[in-house]
Design a binder for this molecule. Sequence first.
Ligand code: 9MJ
Length: 679
Amino acid sequence: MTDLSHQIAKLRQQLEHANYQYYVLDDPSIPDAEYDRLFHQLKDIETQHPEWITPDSPTQRVGGAPLSAFSQVEHEVPMLSLGNAFNEEDMNDFNRRIKDRLNTTDTIRYACEPKLDGIAVSLLYENGILVRGATRGDGATGEDITQNVRTIPSIPLKLLGDQFPPILEVRGEVYMPKAGFDQLNQRARDNGDKLFVNPRNAAAGSLRQLDPKLTAARPLEFCCYSLGRVEGAEMPEYHSDILAQFGKWGFKTNPESKVVSGVAGCLDYYQALAQKRNALNYEIDGIVFKVDSISLQQKLGFVSRAPRWAIAHKFPAQEEMTTLEAIEFQVGRTGAITPVARLKPIFVGGVTVSNATLHNMDEVKRLDARIGDSVVIRRAGDVIPQIVKVVLENRPADAQMISLPKLCPVCQSHVERIDSEAVARCTGGLVCGAQRKEAIKHFASRKAMDIDGLGDKLVEQLVDEGHIDSFADLYHLTAEPVAQMERMGEKSANNLITAIAASKKTTLAKFLYALGIREVGVATAQNLAQHFGDLRPLVKAPLDALLAVEDVGPIVAQHVINFFAEPHNQKVIDELIRIGIHWPAIEVVAASDQPLLGETYVVTGTLAQMGRDQAKTYLQQLGAKVSGSVSSKTNALIAGEKAGSKLTKAQDLGIQVFDENAFLDLLSQHGITHGDEAE
Ligand code: 9MJ
């Protein structure tokens, strides 16, 4: 061997070994980066010396030129299909037929294998090198998919070891693991492409690509389960030993496979795997039981195209067809409106299903679902049942289009759907029964109305026990009924009522934030308050006025407009103001009067005389931008007590630092005296 051929052989051996460890044994031996490095080293040599390229080189997996059509392949040994058993009785019949035919009372040894739900494939090896891959087709003739099977990393291009028959045909299933399928469909959903109905369809579609580069991009695996043609060597007497031999040659075999004794052993195995089914990372649709002895298999032979010595005991189907009888729109805790399909009840995936989620209106459109349609329902594992397909051929003439309701089915507020968002929402956040608890929790929270002692649990309790239904109800609460509640007492009830009353004095920014307008967080609420100065001009603000506010874009602006346009919301606000919620007026400062315009400030540590939010409001009033982190763009840092890393960083960067007194001086220089607010 020359140095170069030696180097090539070594690289190929290292890469195939790493591949085998990763894809067949699920036990990676080297980091991905090292694999890539070795791969590129080999690729470089092969580019310079194309005469050295062989079909079993790991570089030849990536996919060559597209085909114009698949050619046909004759299977010398027919590829069989399997008869089905659906219950214990069918299994007992199967076992009895075998014993009768063999004229024996001996207990039969069965090899048990999970039945992978993919595509049956034949792989032909000549002198240990993969020379052909073919689909099953009708069992006698299939399609030549050699280019595509080469791209599947768990298929050896070259057998391991040197003790293999000169001609060996290995059969098994190409399948797509659940995680790969979910990722593929998520990507398709993100791109607005058509989704695959299930992993089996995805595997079939991926193998049927004329361009092997497309197959290479799909997460396919291969697991072997039977022997086809073999010439020039003796194979073991038991099917289970043949599978073990396949493992030694570098194939993936199913680790769940097991040999059992008699039909009782088969039924136990079936139960055990049924329990494990959801936890497997690939889909199975049943169990295959095979007589383990090859000589007994030969005695038993075939009927039509199915062997008498094997059977598929099926699990309950995960897909069924039923009728879409109606669509209801459910309102979630955050106002998201989800279409839910009401179905003619159907037994699927082991349970009776009468509802399926449709996610959002884009999904309804993508499926082109109409009321009255026949639909395919899939319930895989514990996942919520889904409509995966509409059977268009069955569409009745009076099938009804589905449209998003204009009004919320719970509170009759308007439904909004912003162009760029898939989800439609109820705009009646303050009044909608479906959103009430979340809305009140948010209203009471620290950065909103800051009602001390009114946490999430207590809000739930107050709503559940009928004490409050709205924000305004909070201000009508009295201590006596609250004191009677579980985990409350007179003192805590009194404290709560006092805290609620104290919250009436607030700031416009906090009040705006408390209203829970979509996409209006603390910073946006502050910008809005600062820009408009009071609620009235904000409520009436047209789109262009909102777009002039710092950091407000078209989506936020539209949410603000929709919120204030909803009469229910307006009523709630009016009531809160009547109850006495108030805030100090903010002087709207013209841009020319904003001395800190264009500067960026950061506030850190504890200020003795005001909260950090108040400090931020003052800075914004003066035109400064307030950022959360110190960088070279920061103009100054306001540092209270216990300032930590931000202070160190500012000092390192040589940024000006104001302590609280210096900050108060800065404010007064610009005409702001803290503590001077109108009550
Ligand atoms: C699957 N699909 O997992 C067979 N199969 O054997 C297993 N299919 C089979 N065996 C003979 N594990 C014909 C089909």
